[in-house]
Design a protein around this ligand. Sequence first.
Ligand code: ATP
Length: 217
Amino acid sequence: MLHIKNLSKTFTSAGEPVHVLRGVDLDVKAGERVALTGESGSGKSTLLHLIAGLDAADGGIIALEGTEITGLSDSGRAALRRDRLGLVFQQYNLIPSLSVDDNLAFQARIAGRHDGAWHGELIERLGLGKLLKRYPEQLSGGQQQRVAIGRALAIKPTLLLADEPTGNLDEETADKVLALARDLVARTGCGFLMVTHSLHLAATLDRHVTLHAGRVS
Ligand SMILES: Nc1ncnc2c1ncn2[C@@H]1O[C@H](COP(=O)(O)OP(=O)(O)OP(=O)(O)O)[C@@H](O)[C@H]1O
C-alpha cells in the first residue's frame, strides 16, 4: 500500500548540502505495523514529512495505494492528507480555538468520515471523557498528545504515520495507546509506520527497520 523507491532529500545548512535521504526504499503492506528507528538526525522525521506530502522530495517515488504522492500538486497532497492520512507529529498542531471534542472530530468531519460510535470509543479508550470541553492550552503535553492521536485515528486512515507518538506518555498510557492503534490496524487493514527511539516498542510491531546513512535497512 505504501511504496517508496529511491527517495532522496538534501537540505542546505550554512551553505553546505546535507544529504539526509540517499535512496530510501521501503514498502508497508496493508495491515502491517512497521517501526522506524535511527539515531538522532538520521532523517526519520524528514521521511515522514515527505510521505505526508508536507515537503517535496528531490528524487524518487512515494506511492500510496497507487497514488503517486511525489507527482501531486500542493492541493492534491493536502486532499490526500485530509482524507487518507492519520498524522501524529511531534508538534501536535491542535486547533487552539476548538475544544478537545471538536479537535478530535475536526479532520473526520472535513473528510466526510465522522463516525459517532468510533469517536465515542476513542474518547473512552484515550481517557479523554473529562477533558472534552477544554481547549488545547488547558491541557498537559501528554493530554495534548492523546488528543492528537485520537484525531489521527478518527478518520480511520489508510496510513497512520506517527513520530514518537507516545513520547510524552507514561508507560501504562503508552501501552494503551499502542493497543488502540493495533486494534485500528487489525480492524481496518490500514498501514502503520511509527518512529520511535524505543527498541522495546519497536519490538512490539510486525517489523522494525532502521534509517542509517540515508538509507533504510
Ligand atoms: N528544514 C531543514 N533545513 C535544513 N536542515 C534540516 C531541515 N530539516 C531537517 N534538517 C536536517 O536534516 C537532518 C535530519 O533531520 P530529522 O529531523 O529528519 O532527523 P530525525 O532522525 O527525525 O532526528 P530526531 O530523532 O532527533 O528527531 C538533520 O541533520 C537536520 O538538521
